[in-house]
Design a protein around this ligand. Sequence first.
Ligand SMILES: NC(=O)c1ccc[n+]([C@@H]2O[C@H](COP(=O)([O-])OP(=O)(O)OC[C@H]3O[C@@H](n4cnc5c(N)ncnc54)[C@H](OP(=O)(O)O)[C@@H]3O)[C@@H](O)[C@H]2O)c1
Length: 284
Amino acid sequence: MRQALVFGGSGQIGRALLARLQAAGWTALAPSRAPQPELPGVRWLRGGFEQTASPAAIDAIFSCGPLDGFARWYAQAPVAVPRVIAFGSTSVEAKRHSQDPHERDVAARLHAAESSLFATARVRGADATVLRPTLVYGAGRDATLTRIARLAHRYRAFVLPRGACGLRQPVHVDDLAEAAVRCLDAPASAGRAYATPGGEAVPYREMVARVLAALPSKPRLIELPSPAFALVLGAARLTGRAQGFGDAAVARLREDLVFDAAPAVRDFGYAPRAFRPQAGMFGF
Ligand SMILES: NC(=O)c1ccc[n+]([C@@H]2O[C@H](COP(=O)([O-])OP(=O)(O)OC[C@H]3O[C@@H](n4cnc5c(N)ncnc54)[C@H](OP(=O)(O)O)[C@@H]3O)[C@@H](O)[C@H]2O)c1
């Protein structure tokens, strides 16, 4: 039986990955900084990157946690594992030229982490792959669509500025977990980073409308002219309900963030689903 070390196994993608690995006959060692519920085929190790020693008898390492932390751990831990598969983010490209210095810093750190990971793998003779998801949903724990669903349910409405038509490709956690497992048996994916977007590009307002239509309370989507939206957003910021939604994020509502899945389809048969949200995917 093959054994994997899975960082970030308690997270939304990580949980889906642990289930997929178990179904494929793997066992997993999964570090977590908090106590976790028992799962078949999983042995939880207590601690984060800093506390995790390099375990023996590991056939593959997966990282579904912060890529920079994982790249540092991998560079320092004396591990001789033939296969490493880690999740990064399309933010490495999308935020590279952001007007927001914090966002540019995120992109720079992701880029540095990817480079470090590939460099370490090369030195150790390991095959590394980075998967870069777009906007993740499906486990009812994401900070975008689930957050929108909760706010909309609570206030029976959700407000967007008019013209929020930038394309998005929401990607389901199970499709990402499947992609990671498929890479194991895809030699062409070694030494490469792939965009792993969802199976459909939808305008932002349409994406939100589909989420709202899936909720039992059927909240309304209200589209406001920019000045009126700015007032609503200002009030939401004052009350702490617009965390992480800065001016750069507002400006991006009109921008397409579209990534090409073709290399992932070609190299490991990536097959993400179209965006057909259901209430359960947002914890309802
Ligand atoms: N969510 C998105 O929309 C999105 C989009 C693009 C890319 N991604 C990337 O995909 C990956 C997984 O995202 P996710 O949304 O599934 O994550 P998540 O649900 O936020 O979970 C984060 C995971 O990282 C682990 N973690 C955090 N700090 C750690 C540390 N210091 N040491 C060890 N583990 C640590 C957590 O483990 P414990 O708390 O149990 O220790 C948890 O399992 C990340 O690399 C993320 O950047 C996410």
